[in-house]
Design a protein around this ligand. Structure first.
Ligand code: 5GP
Length: 214
């Protein structure tokens, strides 16, 4: 099957990272694209696993070299998807999962046609604020920046192929998994479809002729 780029976006606190991690641990047809960022690691984050943490200078150098499939500024920091890791995972036959914000998603949709994009919606404003508050990773200023960013980001949801409401994590994961499965069944993605159908037809001809002859 031809792999695709799976974009998951949501406002910060919307649950896309949890959904992505749950799916990645459950399925071996998915790989995660580790982004580069100039923001500082949060407690528990590991360089090369959660992000490639780069200095401003290093990030801009890599961007000028054309290393990123897309890049964007968010909350005063730079974020970017490394083209090489996307290509590598897809060459190995995996769908590549990108947990990125809306302007990066737009850039990728404009550049590639092998994209499936899903916007994860919080069930309500108060739910989003509560989840952001619980994180305890942001300062008050950051929190407000992220809430203001969410007001803008939500406007982009209709540009995505799918919208999933994250009321219940298990249900949201199941809905995203169903989308991945259905997208894999698209005729254009099934590389061996012609061979399968041709073999079926030939075998049917043999069956028909055997019956006619007997
Ligand atoms: P955080 O700092 O909370 O990890 O991420 C902030 C926002 O940046 C989130 O919406 C996240 O999805 C987005 N993000 C993470 N990596 C990338 C990336 O490579 N490109 C873009 N455009 N956004 C990213």
């Amino acid at each position: 099957m031809k792999p695709f780029i799976l974009i998951l976006s949501s406002p910060s606190g919307g649950g896309k990272t949890t959904i992505a991690k749950t799916l990645l641990s459950a399925r071996d047809d998915l790989a995660y694209s580790v982004s580069a960022t100039t923001r500082a690691p949060r407690e528990g984050e590991v360089d090369g696993v959660d992000y490639h943490f780069l200095s401003d200078v290093e990030f801009k150098k890599r961007r000028d070299e054309g290393a990123f499939l897309e890049s964007a500024s968010y909350g005063g920091h730079l974020y970017g998807t490394l083209a090489e890791s996307v290509d590598q995972a897809m060459d190995e036959g995996c769908h590549i999962v990108l947990d990125i914000e809306v302007s990066g998603a737009r850039q990728i949709r404009e550049r590639r046609n092998d994209v499936v994009s899903i916007f994860i919606l919080p069930p309500s404003a108060s739910d989003l604020v509560e989840r952001l508050g619980k994180r305890n990773t942001e300062t008050r200023g950051d929190l407000e920046t992220r809430m203001r960013a969410a007001i803008e980001e939500l406007k982009e949801a209709p540009q995505y192929d799918y919208v999933v409401v994250n009321e219940d994590k298990i249900q949201a994961v199941a809905e995203v998994a169903a989308i991945i499965d259905a997208e894999g069944k698209r005729t254009g993605r099934q590389e061996d479809l012609r061979d399968i159908i041709e073999t079926l037809r030939l075998n049917l001809v043999v069956e028909v002729e055997a019956r006619a002859g007997g």
